[in-house]
Write a new protein. Structure first.
Length: 202
């Protein structure tokens, strides 16, 4: 009877191990990790020419972290898109996004969005963006929301050609950008502002 109990015990162990292996195989190997309620974001998969990105929905409070932290040579190619008019609170913690090969912004707020976006910086964060796009893109100078940056971390946002580091893409104006704390290094492409409008914008 004792041997039978041991046999059942080991069979249960093996079954649980198999289940864990199956779970691991079914879990996608994402390069940009998200912490928070999954009801407030959605992953979109691109192809060789279109970039993977994460859509952030109204009411989201999420934390983003690169799988390998912010290390040169381990950049994620997954971008972040905040839906139009969404009010969100996003924490960037050791994020390194490189969108240069896709001609997209690393973090884009939908054009003319009225939603307020709060970015909280933790650790080191780097954005390298494609042509005509801002590192953190916020196009619109009408009735638009406010982008507020705070925290005790660092953000380096490099805009693409003719685009701001933080603000407008090529030909686009921007407004309502507030930096309360943190270290922010915003480098523009040609003929654009570090923080402000892209070429031809304000």
């Amino acid at each position: 009877m004792k041997e039978l109990k041991h046999l059942i015990y080991f069979e249960n162990l093996l079954e649980n191990a198999d289940n864990e292996l199956v779970k691991q195989e079914k879990t996608p190997d994402y390069d940009l990790l998200v912490s928070g309620d999954p009801a407030f974001f959605e992953r979109k998969t691109g192809d060789a020419e279109k970039q993977d990105y994460i859509v952030v929905k109204d009411g989201a409070e999420l934390t983003f972290t690169s799988k390998e932290s912010c290390k040169e040579g381990y950049q994620t190619k997954t971008a972040i898109l905040v839906e139009k008019d969404a009010k969100v609170k996003l924490t960037l913690e050791e994020v390194y996004i490189n969108s240069a090969g896709f001609k997209n912004s690393c973090l884009q707020i939908a054009d003319d969005s009225t939603g307020d976006v709060e970015l909280i910086l933790k650790g080191k964060n780097v954005f390298k963006t494609g042509s005509n796009c801002a590192g953190v893109q916020k196009n619109g100078d009408g009735n638009v929301g406010t982008l507020t940056i705070s925290g005790d971390g660092e953000l380096t946002a490099n805009g693409g050609t003719y685009a701001a580091g933080i603000g407008g893409g090529t030909g686009a104006s921007t407004k309502n950008i507030v930096i309360n704390s943190g270290t922010v290094n915003a480098a523009a492409g040609s003929f654009a502002a570090g923080i402000g409008g892209g070429q031809g914008g304000s």
